[in-house]
Design a protein around this ligand. Structure first.
Ligand code: HEM
Length: 280
């Protein structure tokens, strides 16, 4: 039983969704042997472009990655690709959705994905692009929009958490956050962080593979959920310590760095929800 699937939020659309793949453009895609797969390839290529350009610009705002160039040069070279990636991922997504409406209509992962998409668009166009264009400086309107985008992102994570069969997808976001912080942390912070993370990974493996049997879900679920929150806590704490400790880099201060970190994770979460669409 679902709670946050589109069918629960918009029951009045059931009839329209049921006929979607019998009308254009859904029907020819559904009837074709190759079309859906070819469109999905386009979807994933667009994801690589959108996600890749977003990661490069946001890592630069955090103060790592392509640090030989100022953020405005990355903006000049990449902003057009970010736009192209977004337009193509929307077109290919809508085409696949037209041929596969029922799957999306009954999926809580799809609701999390669409809220994530909205948060990703707000954070990319309110934070990543203007901050990159102005070498890390942000006006008050962008800052307010960034905070709104972060709130929508947190709501998307909450909906994803409720999606019983899909919420393991959030481990993708935790892993990505963990790697970005490892990349951005410096000196003793990085050494202590790495030590703590490795100890936690070892403890989780011992508990879930040696202490509890593979089918003992009564114990495994709370253990894994506990570790998910613990990993997220350690990653966020280290991110805050690192962005405060590094203070104001020539370009961006702790606010922009924190938002740039979130502006990467929001696309990872949306992609994870997209991947888990196939499962739930
Ligand atoms: C209007 C927006 C979008 C719609 C309607 C849409 C729809 C879809 C559909 C129908 C699928 C195929 C699911 C299946 O296998 O049955 C899919 C897959 C996927 N989507 Fe989207 N999508 C949209 C936007 C996005 C965005 C913005 C991202 C990432 C940032 C994304 C990432 C993915 C991923 C990773 C897959 C899984 C591909 C695979 O592993 O086979 N999608 N999407």
């Amino acid at each position: 039983m679902t709670v946050f699937a589109p069918q629960d939020l918009f029951p009045q659309l059931a009839g329209w969704v049921a006929n979607l793949d019998d009308t254009l453009p859904g029907k020819p895609i559904k009837d074709s042997v190759y079309a859906f797969a070819q469109i999905e390839v386009g979807h994933l290529l667009a994801l690589a472009v959108l996600g890749g350009t977003s990661v490069l610009m946001n890592l630069r705002l955090i103060g790592v990655g392509l640090t030989d160039e100022p953020p405005r040069v990355l903006h000049r070279n990449l902003a057009g690709w970010t736009w192209a990636g977004l337009v193509v991922i929307l077109i290919t997504g809508l085409l696949m959705g037209a041929a596969n409406g029922e799957r999306l209509y009954t999926s809580e992962a799809f609701t999390a994905k669409m809220i994530g998409l909205l948060a990703g668009i707000i954070m990319t166009f309110a934070i990543t692009l203007p901050a990159s264009k102005n070498d890390g400086r942000l006006g008050p309107v962008s800052r307010i929009m960034g905070v709104i985008g972060l709130a929508v992102f947190m709501f998307a994570v909450w909906v994803f958490l409720q999606a019983k069969l899909a919420n393991p997808g959030l481990w993708h976001v935790i892993m990505a956050g963990g790697l970005i912080v490892l990349f951005a942390a410096r000196g003793l912070t990085r050494i202590v962080y790495l030590g703590v993370m490795l100890a936690m990974v070892a403890a989780q493996q011992v508990l879930t593979h040696l202490v509890y049997k593979a089918d003992d879900f009564a114990h495994l679920d709370p253990v894994n959920k506990g570790f998910a929150w613990a990993f997220a806590g350690v990653i966020l704490l280290t991110a805050v310590i690192q962005s405060v400790a590094s203070g104001r880099s020539p370009e961006s201060g702790p606010f922009v760095k924190g938002m740039a970190f979130a502006a990467i994770l929001v696309w990872i979460m949306t992609a994870a929800a997209g991947r888990w669409l196939a499962f739930a």
